[in-house]
Design a protein around this ligand. Structure first.
Ligand code: FNR
Length: 369
């Protein structure tokens, strides 16, 4: 059994100081009626902070645009009530010694009309598609793009004002920003389409606008992925050179930390090297990187039938993670499902009690608080 000490080294980036390297992965909960985070939500995040998570990234929380939300009871990141709810979450996490960033989200073409608070608004996406080749919604105009960029920036500024420690932009998994990146869903012939550089323009404008809104010292985390929920085999880049060319403009625009979303952290990203996506990102950009994907579990996130396979997820050894952290040089490790089931996962790891985890599904099904 290798020592887990490396997970518990403090992390510092500018003003952001984390007590350890453990990040709670953003996970949608749909437990915010009226799109307002309530006291159950406060308690949920507080428990993870009390369990010694270094940085909590919240569930996706949507920007101020009628097309932004794709699922019922997801919290908003605008409006007096929702922001007051989030402020309570932030204060509770801080009181428990934790740090917290909201994951700023727009679902893009995934949205179907009828999901509140957007009413009849259709899905908005670069070419009216959430799936390659299938037009189901509204293709965004230049005005829509400008409105959206402004809404992201406003959400980031509001987040800073209510005390969040950083923000994360959701640029992954086939949602709006990723629909621009992905050539399957971005068939535009203006400056927001074309090659990957063009398809990155929307993200770059968002990052620049967020940076201008929050100032130079406030950390911006950017989450991206090769895989899409619409297609697990989709890829944005095929080589390290292409990855570097994709990420460098995002870094130049103002990203401080990259959150490299993979379903299994132990998989090498490109042939000919053992480095995973976070390892490559760290090496190519020099920016801190977060790895994620089945940490401490031995079952995949989203297996083939599309459901999260809680039942077959059992605790797995961290040896492989620690070895990779040392070899690949990534800085932070995000943990998802293991932290739903065990708010004190970090404490258990530190105390060497991981083997005592209870079966995940029992606690999960009984109380998702
Ligand atoms: C997720 N995931 C996710 N990702 C994201 O960027 N925004 C989100 O809102 C969500 N929502 C969400 C809900 C639930 C119930 C799960 C299980 C997952 C993906 C998540 O952040 C993470 O990348 C994966 O769960 C893989 O990590 P684990 O669970 O294998 O540690």
């Amino acid at each position: 059994m290798s020592s887990t000490d490396i997970l518990f080294k403090p992390f510092k980036l500018g003003n952001l100081e984390l007590k350890n390297r453990i990040v709670m992965a953003p996970m949608t909960r749909t437990y915010s009626p009226g799109n307002v985070p309530n006291d159950l939500v406060v308690n949920y995040y507080k428990r993870r902070a009390e369990g010694d998570v270094g940085l909590i990234v919240t569930e996706g929380t949507f920007i101020d645009h009628p097309s932004a939300s794709g699922y019922p009871n997801v919290p908003a990141l605008y409006g007096e009530e929702a922001l007051a709810g989030w402020k309570k979450v932030v204060d509770a996490v801080h009181a428990a010694g934790g740090k917290i960033a909201p994951q700023i989200w727009h679902v893009g073409g995934i949205r179907k009309p009828g999901v509140e608070p957007g009413g009849d608004t259709p899905g908005y996406s670069p070419s009216g598609m959430a799936m390659p080749g299938k037009v189901t919604g509204h293709a965004m105009t230049k005005q829509d793009i400008d409105d959206m960029v402004a809404a992201y920036a406003k959400a980031a500024k509001d987040s800073k004002d209510i005390g969040f420690d950083a923000i994360e932009l959701h640029g992954a998994h086939g949602y709006l920003i990723d629909q621009f990146f992905w050539e399957g869903t971005n068939q535009r012939d203006d400056e927001y389409g074309g090659d990957l550089a063009g398809r990155s323009r929307f993200a770059i404008e968002i990052i620049e606008a967020v940076r201008a809104a929050v100032g130079p010292d406030f950390p911006i985390i950017f989450r991206f992925s090769q895989w899409k929920q619409q297609d697990y085999t989709a890829r944005l880049v095929e080589t390290p050179e292409q990855l570097g060319a994709f990420l460098q403009p995002l870094a130049d625009a103002g990203v401080d930390i990259f959150h490299c979303s993979t379903r299994r952290f132990w998989e090498p990203e490109f042939e000919g090297s053992d480095l995973n996506l976070a390892g490559w990102t760290r090496k190519l950009t020099g920016k801190p990187a977060i790895t994620v994907g089945s940490v401490s579990l031995n079952a995949d996130f989203l297996p083939e039938d599309g459901f999260v396979d809680f039942k077959n997820a059992e605790p797995a050894s961290l040896d492989n993670l620690i070895a990779r952290m040392e070899a690949d040089g990534f800085d932070l490790v995000a943990v998802g499902r293991a932290l739903i089931a065990n708010p004190d996962w970090a404490k258990r790891v530190q105390q060497g009690e991981l083997k005592q985890l209870k079966p995940y599904e029992k606690e999960l099904l009984q109380k998702l608080d």
